[in-house]
Design a protein around this ligand. Sequence first.
Ligand SMILES: Cc1cc2nc3c(=O)[nH]c(=O)nc-3n(C[C@H](O)[C@H](O)[C@H](O)COP(=O)(O)O)c2cc1C
Length: 183
Amino acid sequence: MTQIAIVNGSVQENNYLGFALEILKNEFKKHKNYSVNEINLIEFNLPFPGEKIKNDDSVRLRKILKSADAFVLGTPEYHGTFTAKLKLMIENSGYPSLLKGKPVSLLGIASGTLGAVKSLEHLRSVCSHIGSFTLPRVVSISHVESRFNAEGKCLDKEIENEIRNLAKNLINFLTSINKHLSA
Ligand SMILES: Cc1cc2nc3c(=O)[nH]c(=O)nc-3n(C[C@H](O)[C@H](O)[C@H](O)COP(=O)(O)O)c2cc1C
């Protein structure tokens, strides 16, 4: 079974990012050899490097990261970049990072017209730095508040397809690596 960890980098209750990641999760679930582990960062009280916090959230996080074969990192755009909580997750992922050597797909959302392009470029740069393999295809959703209704239903078929294609693209990539390795 291939384990995909889907990380939600939002810390807002009922976040829009969760709506997009739900579609992605359902797409992975259509494929029988894949299982999904969700990491909602809102549920993790993580320390900054060197800081002591009396909980085992960092250990719990690393356990999930270690068991993952590939990742989808999701982020809202905050002040032209990805969220501080997502960066903190990366700080807590170990040094070297547990994402090193593993495939990563990126999905970003934003209120603005430009979407989450800047966040995704910054995130790609950090992911490359820590040695993960960031897939070229990303999803950037602009005007996110108009793309979903209050129940989380996606109102834009094209965007829904893009999200589903992100999952398919990662699955195709993993399938081709596995074929190559077993050849
Ligand atoms: C601190 C903060 C900074 C933000 N900066 C941007 C930004 O730079 N560009 C943008 O398009 N939207 C920006 N937004 C809007 C968020 O992208 C938008 O609220 C998004 O829905 C948040 O995602 P979430 O609902 O999944 O948490 C910002 C929101 C907050 C709270």
